[in-house]
Design a protein around this ligand. Structure first.
Ligand SMILES: NC(=O)c1ccc[n+]([C@@H]2O[C@H](COP(=O)([O-])OP(=O)(O)OC[C@H]3O[C@@H](n4cnc5c(N)ncnc54)[C@H](O)[C@@H]3O)[C@@H](O)[C@H]2O)c1
Ligand SMILES: O=c1ccn([C@@H]2O[C@H](COP(=O)(O)OP(=O)(O)O[C@H]3O[C@H](CO)[C@@H](O)[C@H](O)[C@H]3O)[C@@H](O)[C@H]2O)c(=O)[nH]1
Length: 437
């Protein structure tokens, strides 16, 4: 099947390479010529485990190519729209200008029977608006919305073996044709028994934002419990283990710490609230304000805990931050809690050094005022406090005795509750976790 993938960022590049792996002939299209040049020679423009091999094998198969020209999408049976939907500057709402530009650019190249499939995360109501505004030029083409649930750091596996497929389609024969086309695209995964749910546009759009809101709520719930544990002298990790054993609750997404970040959860819950307001249903989502507020409080709480670790003053203190990415196994620094905390500490007078195995380049672009050091041992040397803010495996595996020899003062704040506290204390460190006595 001929497929085009429009927008080759964290979602689209993985999607394009994965669709070629499934046996389709794929063209990935992006407006960024640098990205397209890199992808065309098999260089992944961002860090994602498994992507370089997948990209290379798909290019070698001759089934994957990249282009900056929308005209190269012409003739594809299915066109996936994977462009960004960031938060609008100074507002909660999603910025849909890239989605609109992608539809406007694609529409003149559409032919009868082709299916345009939105994968970007959009506010409910967007698909029917786009169908009205852009699909009229190609009346026989059909629009479907097939939201994406991949996690960065697991994107390849999540794309090839997702938990479920959601198809938002129009009513009648057109909807059936769109679902058939998507079944053909995903035949290999469907044959593994992956559930496939067909519904209307609005429900499909809502499934995506509801799923991310639920995940964000779960994280903020456990972080609220962390606040309580701190006040009551209890331990949030023991609490999460105990409540997580109830199947109805589950242990996943109950890791308390510095809170959630990234290019999805924060902006998606805000866009969801904004859209609810436009629909006159803002009361339904007022709890998400609290979810957001709890999350942002974790960042200021981390700054306060660091001040406590540093005997009450941050001025001139040498602080080493382990991790810049918003999560491990990613170089994505969009709304990274680690960087936001590092920047706050520096503003309050600390001398901050940030290290990360993959994200330094991206981090430096966003926070040029911070000092970055790629070498872990050098970053730790002479530190007066160490903060683990992104739980990369190499940081979790750090040897507390060897690390103690590098630093000036053995103070560690475990912002992700990822270290074995007893090991660090046994090696002479004063260890502080999040929500732990
Ligand atoms: N990153 C994820 O893990 C993930 C997972 C699920 C859903 N999503 C959603 O997918 C969408 C894309 O997210 P992302 O993280 O890949 O963003 P991204 O910023 O990494 O990628 C977007 C890409 O679209 C390109 N682009 C912009 N306008 C274009 C146009 N008119 N034509 C062609 N290309 C264009 C940009 O140059 C960029 O490369 C968002 O709606 C996001 O919420 C992302
Ligand atoms: O118990 C937890 C779990 C996660 N996090 C943090 O939450 C953020 C988001 O993590 P995760 O959801 O794993 O990463 P994303 O790659 O942003 O994936 C989310 O956002 C994507 C884009 O919409 C969706 O496709 C995914 O299903 C959804 O999990 C990160 O900062 C994590 O450190 C916690 O603090 N505690």
């Amino acid at each position: 099947m001929r497929i085009s993938v429009i927008g080759c960022g964290y979602l689209g590049a993985v999607h394009a390479a994965s669709m070629a792996k499934l046996g389709h002939d794929v063209v990935g299209i992006d407006v960024d010529p640098k990205k397209i040049d890199e992808l065309s020679v098999g260089h992944a423009p961002f860090f994602e485990p498994g992507l370089p091999d997948l990209l290379q094998s798909s290019l070698d198969s001759g089934r994957l190519k990249f282009s900056t020209s929308m005209a190269d999408a012409a003739g594809s049976a299915v066109h996936f729209i994977c462009v960004g939907t960031p938060q609008r500057k100074g507002e909660y709402a999603a910025d849909l200008r890239y989605v609109d530009a992608a539809f406007a650019g694609l529409a003149p190249h559409l032919s009868s029977g082709e299916v345009v499939v939105g994968k970007s995360t959009v506010p409910v109501g967007t698909a029917s608006r786009l169908a009205d505004e852009y699909m009229e030029t190609a009346p026989e083409a059909i629009l479907a919305w097939n939201p994406e649930f991949l996690r960065e750091g697991h994107a390849v596996k999540d794309t090839l073996h997702p938990d479920r497929f959601v198809y938002g389609v129009p009513g009648g024969a057109a909807g059936e044709r769109a679902a058939q086309a998507l079944d053909e695209v995903y035949a290999a995964s469907l044959s593994e028994g992956t559930p496939r749910l067909v519904m209307d546009y609005a429900t499909a759009e809502l499934v995506k934002t509801a799923a991310n809101s639920f995940l964000a709520t779960k994280i903020s719930f456990i972080n609220a419990m962390a606040e309580l544990c701190e006040a009551a002298g209890a331990d949030v990790t023991a609490l999460a283990d105990a409540i997580g054993l109830d199947d109805r609750i589950g242990r996943k997404f109950l890791h308390a710490g510095i809170g959630f970040g990234g290019g999805c959860l924060p902006k998606d819950i805000r866009a969801f609230m904004a859209r609810a307001g436009e629909l006159g249903a803002d009361q339904a989502l007022t709890f998400l304000r609290e979810v957001d507020a709890i999350n942002m409080r974790r960042r200021s709480r981390t700054v306060e805990l660091t001040r406590e670790l540093c005997d009450g003053s941050l001025i001139g203190k040498r602080i080493t931050v382990l991790g810049a990415a918003f999560k491990p196994n990613s170089d994505d620094v969009r709304d990274s809690p680690a960087l936001s905390i590092a920047a706050q500490l520096q503003l309050q007078g600390a001398e901050v050094t940030v290290t990360d195995p993959e994200a330094i380049e991206n981090a430096r672009r966003r926070f040029p005022e911070l000092h970055f050091e790629a070498d872990l041992a050098t970053a730790l040397t002479d530190a007066e406090a160490v903060l683990l803010l992104t739980e990369w495996q190499q940081y979790v595996n750090l040897n507390p005795k060897e690390s103690a020899r590098l630093v000036r003062t053995t103070h560690i704040l475990d912002g992700r509750n990822a270290l074995v506290a007893t090991d660090w204390r046994a090696a002479g460190w004063s260890y502080r976790g999040m929500g732990r006595a």
